[in-house]
Design a protein around this ligand. Structure first.
Ligand code: G6P
Length: 472
């Protein structure tokens, strides 16, 4: 069976054309699917996605061959102007805030909606022109950028096996109903045979929206749309447990981080710069902790690593300013020549550097206001082979459903968060160990291989059930 993965980002993007250079793309989606393909030993696969802003129309053919031969990637060319409206506009100013239940941040513009339709059409056209969609092909479409594509593809290929997975939350129907294009998006998604979500909550939100907006009811997640059977289900995405648990060659880096900070305790935090991640509240909580617990001053450091993201969207720029001002204020108030309370870094980290930070830390703060899954929390737990370290985790991260032994907090309460930092720093080693052990066992059992395999098996099952019903 051939697997065609379709996502907005390719695992590599064109960095320069003269000479031709590719670079790895950021984000958990890319690394998760890539790891799955490798671990599942899928031999016949291809990945289609946006070629990147450096790809010019006249170079498409040349780059396409290179990308296909070297990386099995099929680039879709999207003119810059359309891409800008699509990505910075509809995807990240409309869908992203709305789906993260922050509707007051969402803007609704007809012209960016039109660019969304156009980009989904460009993806369809690129797919049809370059790949065969036969009986032996599974098409797996990913995330909020491409929610119309399943429906568009179904019209052309009624027999195709199409799976769709959403990597972000699906909002409650009361919020989703505010969306002007609520029908079109649902109808687009219903082109798939299988629609998957990270948590049961998002699955239910979707099913309730279907009922409220299209009047479609389901039975155990199965439903009929335009005479075709399809399924909606939950598949919490896992990580490559083995990789994070037994990564080699990072001990030097881990030691270096610890040494550089003397004997101070380390609280670590790493996210893409995004208003959904709760970075500002995290800083307020750390400030509150330092204010309350004078005895900890000079003995603990917060390493705040913020990964640049979506710099073309205004809300992201203002968030960056707010964070930087707060860091300066905390350091200005509490710091001294011997001690800088918050070490702020604005850059992305390699996997080795990331794991070295996980291993050097005493506490990891993952406190989003809303997050589809959050794999950082899972990676940290897996990397602590020494069974030391405490995870402080927001109850609004999808991963909190599987990591109940973390210190689970409501990130909107600065007091609760500040208390959790205190508890985490003072947690006895035996308790750290027992919490981590249970979480590690769970993550080992449901890793990224399990996630992808279950999704594709379910897709196969529902597509054949659909075919059987049709022939009866
Ligand atoms: C989230 C989304 C992904 C996206 C990633 C990085 O995890 O679910 O689809 O790729 O963020 O965001 P970016 O906008 O840089 O692709």
């Amino acid at each position: 069976m051939r697997l065609v993965v379709i996502a907005n980002r390719l695992p590599v993007t064109v960095k320069s054309l003269d000479p031709v250079k590719f670079e790895r793309s950021p984000g958990g989606l890319v690394s998760g699917i890539e790891t799955f393909i490798k671990k599942a030993r899928i031999s016949d696969w291809v990945w289609m996605g946006w070629g990147g802003s450096n790809l010019r129309k006249k170079d498409v053919q040349k780059i396409k061959e290179l990308l296909l031969n070297k990386h099995r990637c099929l680039p879709a060319y999207v003119p810059e102007k359309i891409m800008n409206k699509f990505y910075n506009g509809f995807c990240n100013r409309t869908l992203w805030p709305l789906f993260h239940s922050m509707p007051t941040l969402a803007t609704y513009e007809k012209s960016t909606w039109e660019s969304y339709i156009e980009v989904n059409r460009i993806f369809l056209k690129t797919l049809l022109e370059n790949l065969e969609v036969g009986k032996e092909t599974q098409i797996w479409i990913h995330d909020y950028h491409l929610m119309l594509l399943p429906g568009m593809l179904r019209e052309v290929h009624p027999e195709a096996k199409i799976g769709f997975f959403l990597h972000i939350p699906f909002p409650p129907p009361e919020i989703y109903a505010q969306f002007p294009w609520r029908r079109e998006i649902l109808e687009g998604l219903l082109g798939a045979d299988l629609i998957g979500f990270h948590t049961y909550e998002y699955t239910i939100n979707f099913l309730r929206s279907l009922s409220r907006i299209l009047g479609i009811e389901h039975s155990m997640g199965e439903l009929v749309y335009l005479d075709r059977l399809l399924k909606v289900d939950t598949f919490p995405m896992g990580i490559d447990f083995e990789l994070f648990n037994s990564i080699k060659g990072v001990s030097k880096k881990t030691k270096a981080i610890k040494q550089a900070l003397g004997n101070k305790k380390i609280v670590f935090s790493v996210d893409r710069l995004d208003y959904t991640k709760g970075i500002y509240n995290r800083l307020l909580a750390f400030e509150d902790f330092l204010r309350r617990r004078e005895d900890w001053r000079g003995k603990v450091v917060l390493i705040l690593n913020v990964v640049p993201s979506r710099e073309g969207v205004e809300q992201y720029q203002s968030m960056k300013r707010q964070i930087e001002e707060k860091v300066a204020q905390i350091n200005g108030t509490f710091g001294s020549v011997e001690w800088v309370p918050v070490l702020y870094h604005y850059k992305s980290l390699s996997v080795e550097d990331l794991v070295a930070h996980y291993k050097a830390s005493d506490v990891l703060l993952v406190t989003p206001i809303k997050d589809g899954m959050n794999l950082i929390a899972k990676e940290f737990v897996a990397s602590r082979r020494d069974l030391r370290g405490v995870l402080v985790l927001s109850e609004f991260a999808g991963s909190s459903r599987e990591l109940g032994e973390a210190l689970v907090v409501n990130p909107n309460s600065v007091e609760e968060l500040s208390k959790a930092i205190e508890l985490a720093l003072e947690m006895p080693p035996e308790e750290q160990e027992s919490r981590l052990r249970i979480m590690q066992d769970r993550l080992k059992r449901y890793d990224v291989l399990k996630w992808g395999s279950e999704f594709l098996e379910t897709l196969k099952g529902i597509a054949s059930k659909r075919d059987t019903l049709k022939t009866k």
